[in-house]
Design a protein around this ligand. Structure first.
Ligand SMILES: NC(=O)c1ccc[n+]([C@@H]2O[C@H](COP(=O)([O-])OP(=O)(O)OC[C@H]3O[C@@H](n4cnc5c(N)ncnc54)[C@H](OP(=O)(O)O)[C@@H]3O)[C@@H](O)[C@H]2O)c1
Length: 337
């Protein structure tokens, strides 16, 4: 393999610099992935714009990037899940380089039929969805399986066409929950394909009333409150999720993917900000390591949102981040390496 190269973040608002980098060594429970594709997320341009004052762990010059897909090229001494040569996608925080370290519980073994560019869209969106839906401190739902029985409960998952929401809809449906969701009309069909029973236009002036009517008589485990990337649009999303829980039987809990304070909560309500999966090894292994590889191989999980390859080589990442600031619909930008 050629010597490692990385796209370095050197300081607030400075363009990424592509240059040689040390080859990383895996710890006992880590692997090194020879990256074939990386995906670009809104948090990447946010880190570049705001730097260490907001994202405290950044210490430039350093490398960021969350989503990688590629071939395992080195494994730590305690790794049993994968071997050298295996095809994987993974969640990390240093993806924008050729040799990427990933913890073994955050690896997704992928089938030969799934192109790396499609697999790269999965890890970050999946991780937030998994934490919010299944972690015991959040919605604590039953786990997904290839033949889940209906639970009899209905969950509101806001934002079916977002990266996070599109994974959440699929996972909750595969766990046996009825899913009611929101999206723009152009993405209604997609939301249904992901497993939603009903989908409503979040831009409609009657969205709150529409959802309240749809949830009439339903029992719910809470709401997955997940708006788009623009913070000013978040308060009405939170208000509508609260309004739905107020008229339904069940748990009054909001899993908030957005870093927007939930505002005043009605009595008996609670909420919690959903961070990424990190140290949650048991939960991550159950979904990343067990459920998802089976579901992908069986054609029962759609890598979402759809990948749009916008360039090749680390030099393309800066342009991809700049273009992503303009927004996307049900799409994730991918750079192949
Ligand atoms: N907690 C974490 O660690 C973490 C990590 C990643 C993301 N997030 C958060 O999760 C949310 C989703 O992020 P993402 O990366 O998944 O987004 P994304 O895929 O970049 O979002 C693009 C989508 O947002 C949708 N959208 C825009 N405004 C919306 C609204 N008011 N309601 C519903 N959908 C809306 C658009 O839908 P249409 O095209 O259908 O209009 C578009 O498809 C954001 O708030 C983000 O900050 C949190």
């Amino acid at each position: 393999m050629a010597p490692n190269t990385a796209a370095f973040f050197t300081g607030v608002q400075a363009p990424l610099e592509v240059r040689p980098a040390d080859s990383p060594k895996p710890g006992p429970t880590e692997v090194v992935v020879n990256a074939k594709a990386v995906a670009i997320n809104p948090v990447d341009y946010a880190m570049q714009l705001m730097g260490p004052n907001v994202f405290k762990w950044l210490n430039p010059p350093c490398v960021f990037g969350e989503d990688v897909a590629g071939e395992v090229c080195e494994v730590g001494s305690a790794v049993t899940k994968v071997k050298v040569g295996d095809r994987v996608a993974g969640l990390t925080n240093t993806a924008f380089q050729h040799e990427v370290v990933v913890k073994d519980h955050l690896l997704i073994p992928i089938p030969a039929s799934l192109p790396y560019s499609n697999a790269a869209v999965i890890p970050l969106g999946l991780s937030v969805a998994v934490k919010g839906l299944f972690h015991k401190d959040f919605l604590n739902l039953k786990f997904p399986s290839l033949n889940a029985k209906p639970t009899g409960e209905t969950i509101l998952i806001w934002g079916a066409s977002t990266s996070v929401g599109s994974n959440a809809v699929q996972l909750a449906a595969a766990a046996g929950y009825e899913v009611i969701t929101t999206a723009s009309p152009a993405n209604f069909e997609l939301a249904k394909q992901l497993g939603a029973s009903q989908v409503f236009d979040y831009n409609s002036p009657t969205i709150k009333e529409d959802l309240i009517a749809a949830f009439k008589g339903k029992k719910t485990p809470g709401a997955f409150c997940n708006g788009g990337p623009a913070p000013p649009t978040h308060p009405p999303v939170i208000a509508a999720c609260k309004a739905v829980l107020q008229v339904t039987e069940g748990r009054k809990f909001l899993a908030l993917t957005m870093a927007t304070p939930p505002g005043e909560m009605p009595e008996g309500f609670s909420s919690k900000f959903v961070s990424q999966l990190e140290g949650d090894e048991e939960l991550a292994s159950a979904i990343f390591g067990e459920y998802l590889p089976q579901a992908l191989a069986a054609g029962k999980y759609m890598p979402t949102p759809k990948a749009q390859v916008v360039g090749h080589g680390l030099e393309s990442i800066q342009g991809a981040m700049d273009t992503l600031k303009k927004g996307v619909s049900a799409t994730k930008f991918v750079v192949t390496l």
